[in-house]
Design a protein around this ligand. Structure first.
Ligand code: ADP
Length: 254
């Protein structure tokens, strides 16, 4: 086979694999959504029985229904994780579309997305906005939102109840630095070497939160680096963690 034919054959193979990957991802997504819809419908039926809306229950019936409700809830969480992991891969594969974005607004929107979750876990999110005006940033809004969501979600998830999560923002040497600080479980020495690896989860994190994919920080790092940025953290076990992200600030030519 000459070189051109070989290249053409490789290109065909790559195209075929990309198509297959996209079909596989769509099948997972559609099936997981259908399963989650059925499980959610079931959840409300069980809840109606438990609340006595369909007649009074005896103690044994109540106990069994409670178990069914909890099992169903766990299954919903597993399917949700599956959907998130699938989405994370999609997010990475989609081409980047950079635009000029007001980072403060984007952070405020992300905090709003997590207000319910924070309330449920008794964690207060405090945004320390900079006093001076910041330049806009040139980012892919959808992808960067994933970065903020993952950092916020982890900070809330691994926080202790009745504690605070601080998000701060500042400009430093033509970079915008975002930090997310929690007073949670912290990261073990082994974790410090591995948390950006795909599927890695600290043992303490698994104990606190049985559900998690270990894919969030892997995706986050990739997206930050695709923005010519950096991500790192400082953490002490049982005291908390702070994650830092820097991305170049965008100054208009004058
Ligand atoms: P997940 O949270 O789904 O497990 P991530 O990729 O987001 O996956 O994080 C990987 C691991 O890094 C977590 O399982 C946990 O061990 C650790 N980690 C991430 N963020 C924090 C945090 N804020 N506090 C403590 N541990 C964290």
């Amino acid at each position: 086979m000459d070189k051109d034919t070989e290249i053409k054959s490789l290109q065909d193979k790559i195209e075929k694999l990309t198509k297959l990957q996209s079909i596989r991802s769509d099948i997972v997504s559609v099936s997981a959504h259908q399963i989650r819809t059925s499980l959610s419908a079931l959840k409300w039926v069980i809840k109606m029985f438990m609340d006595g809306d369909l007649g009074k229950l005896n103690a044994e019936q109540e106990n069994l229904l409670k178990k069914a409700y909890e099992d169903n809830d766990r299954a919903i969480s597993v399917v949700t994780e599956l959907l998130q992991a699938n989405k994370a891969e999609d997010v990475i594969e989609k081409p980047y579309a950079f635009t000029e974005v007001n980072i403060i607004e984007l952070i405020e929107n992300s905090i709003f997305d997590f207000s319910g979750e924070a309330l449920a876990r008794k964690v207060e999110i405090i945004f320390l906005k900079p006093e001076t005006r910041l330049p806009t940033v040139n980012i892919d809004k959808d992808k960067f939102r994933v970065v903020l969501q993952n950092l916020l979600e982890n900070a809330i998830k691994y926080s202790n109840p009745n504690s605070k999560v601080f998000i701060a923002l500042r400009e430093k040497n033509n970079f915008i630095e975002i930090s997310v600080k929690d007073r949670g479980i912290g990261i073990s020495e082994e974790g410090k070497k591995s948390i950006f690896q795909k599927f890695y989860r600290d043992t303490t994190a698994q104990k606190k939160e049985s559900l998690g994919s270990g894919i969030g920080l892997f995706t986050t790092k990739k997206i930050v680096e695709d923005h010519s940025g950096k991500i790192w953290f400082e953490s002490t076990e049982n005291e908390g963690s702070t994650f830092f992200v820097t991305i170049p600030s965008f100054k208009e030519n004058t």
